[in-house]
Design a binder for this molecule. Structure first.
Ligand code: SF4
Length: 241
């Protein structure tokens, strides 16, 4: 049974900080520890004067979030460099610009942990916290890491999870015990028995946004829908079977 979420903002903040402290010190996956640290040492030429984060990346956002955005894993030269989810790369440029347009972020840019970005009503996270080679964690690495996501979701008062891509959907379905495993499709809504909703979107990767598979307009529609659902102004279009 899912434990009741802490019922004050201070309690939620404290619980999330405790999770963050565990996450950033985790070394449970030898392959990913080696990769994240190798990337942080070798660096991309454009960032050679920067000190890479090179550690697991914690969730980021508002402890009172009704919206949770679930990605895949940190990017080698994005979040693994800056230490904040979706920060310092094109995926983050796309995501945070959209969050700003829809009133979830106080600025459209996410460049560094100390850049002043604050989210209101949203929390950004992922089932895997270390940058994986070729953006592909193994099933064992996913399973080992997803306890952190599970605990965040127990703490946050979320109502809607925007899931970026099939990997995130299946990982989240596993964490939440959703069976049968939902089929991914952009715009698909999965209603959970407790009234919460999983809302699928194509991932905000360059591969999708540069090709037009996912446009800013399409993602704005997802976030508008997420706010409607999260604020209880709409009911999901598809019920879980
Ligand atoms: S992927 Fe998760 S479980 Fe594995 S080392 Fe990183 S933080 Fe720890």
């Amino acid at each position: 049974m899912t434990p009741r979420a802490p019922d004050t903002p201070a309690a939620r903040t404290a619980a999330l900080l405790a999770i963050e402290d565990e996450v950033v010190h985790c070394r449970a996956c030898p392959r990913l520890v080696a990769w994240r640290e190798q990337v942080a040492t070798e660096k991309r030429a454009a960032y050679r004067d920067e000190t890479y984060w090179g550690r697991p990346v914690p969730g980021f956002g508002d402890p009172d979030a009704h919206l949770v955005v679930v990605g895949l894993a940190p990017a080698a030269h994005g979040a693994n460099r800056t230490g904040r989810m979706f920060t310092g790369d094109r995926s983050g440029d796309f995501l945070y610009a959209a969050l700003h347009r829809q009133g979830y972020a106080n600025q459209p840019d996410s460049r560094a942990r100390d850049d002043g970005l604050e989210l209101g009503g949203a929390w950004i996270t992922a089932p895997v916290r270390c940058a994986p080679p070729a953006n592909r964690p193994t099933p064992q690495e996913r399973d080992r890491c997803q306890g952190y996501l599970e605990r965040e979701l127990e703490v946050l008062p979320w109502r809607v999870a925007v899931v970026l891509g099939q990997f995130g959907l299946h990982a989240l379905a596993g964490v939440l015990g959703v069976t049968p495993r939902p089929r991914f499709g952009h715009g698909v809504e999965v209603a959970l028995p407790d009234g919460r909703v999983l809302l699928c979107s194509y991932h905000v990767s360059q591969q999708n946004t540069f090709t037009g598979r996912l446009t800013p307009e399409m993602f704005d529609e997802v976030l508008v829908r997420a706010r409607e659902l999260g604020e209880g102004r709409a009911t999901p279009r598809v019920a879980a079977s």
